[in-house]
Design a binder for this molecule. Sequence first.
Ligand SMILES: Nc1ncnc2c1ncn2[C@@H]1O[C@H](COP(=O)(O)OP(=O)(O)OP(=O)(O)O)[C@@H](O)[C@H]1O
Ligand SMILES: [Mg+2]
Length: 371
Amino acid sequence: MPLDRLTFQGLRNLQAIDITPGPRINLLTGANGSGKTSLLEGIHVLGMGRSFRARQLRHAIAHDADAMTLHARLAGDPAVTIGVRRHREAAELEMRLSGERLDRVSRLVETLPLQLINPDAFRLLEGPPAGRREFLDWGVFHVEHDFLDAWRRFRRALKHRNALLRHGRMSDASLDAWEQELVHWSRLLDGMRRDWIERFLPVFEDTLQELITLPGLAVRYARGWDRKRELSDILRQARHTDHQMGFTQQGPQRAELGIRLGKRPAVEVLSRGQQKLVVSALKLAQGRLLEQLTGRTCLYLIDDLPAELDSDHRRVFCQWLERMQCQVFITSVDPDALAGLWQADTQLTMFHVEHSESGQGQLLPMDRQTS
Ligand SMILES: Nc1ncnc2c1ncn2[C@@H]1O[C@H](COP(=O)(O)OP(=O)(O)OP(=O)(O)O)[C@@H](O)[C@H]1O
Ligand SMILES: [Mg+2]
């Protein structure tokens, strides 16, 4: 369901916002520092409970405000509202779904599936495995109802095993019990991830090949423990070394999505622009698969679309966004870079972020147009 109303207060430099985004492609232009990325950041907080650029959400609160309050309405009958509020002095984010207080971010994630593609996108390839695991689990979470429960139970067993190891309380009976539990949930998680990746790969390959030709590019899932051995044996035999390390070294917490070009990690070979296209294909494929499997669309936040992409690649990227029928928020400093990329009948909604001398950004709707 698209967002059909956004009201933000106290977010970075943005003046209070009350806008009606279009159901499809929303284009945001404005000078450097006007507040375009901040708007995307606000939507990201509504869907993920966290920012993509500040580790502490507190830093996103406007300097002169005590709190940041963000609301979104999702079109539908009945419409759903999401509200989050972060007070400067509070330890936590307050979250509400249609007025009901939430205590888990997963409910936000469930309600507003979103993907971000920004100039840091290459980090998905370059960065540590945790980012790629998160990417994988986003997909599994949205299609497998039991995933979250299995994941929580797995984490609990892992925490207990690690605590026993760390404290040197290595009674075989207590370790046996937690290891059994760990193995049970690990197998389930691995099964769900494997099923998902099987369905994901053909969609990814199809998406990628229209964006860029990269023969030999392969995405491979590794479950996080030796392929040829049972996890129960691995855990039993690793008790001593795991005790020395202070944590459990193998298991689904170490799963990885390896992205390679031929025999080498893709990140060592590809240019920045090629990396951005590979990451874009991964993220577009997430949304396409979500739609295929659940009928739900994914919201896309595309920060600085033109960065690193030449005009041909921009065009094919935008064609995918048009084809997917999803809601998109795209920013650019240069309005011309976003012009001429769209089919004549694509519904574009345009906003300009006006930068005042005091540094505040004001979001102004522009005439709705087609390209
Ligand atoms: N907590 C805050 N309170 C007030 N202003 C802030 C805060 N944090 C950052 N800013 C300012 O907000 C402005 C908006 O930043 P933002 O990154 O959203 O701009 P942008 O339009 O995306 O710019 P660019 O085109 O350079 O990417 C910046 O001028 C920044 O200095
Ligand atoms: Mg920006």
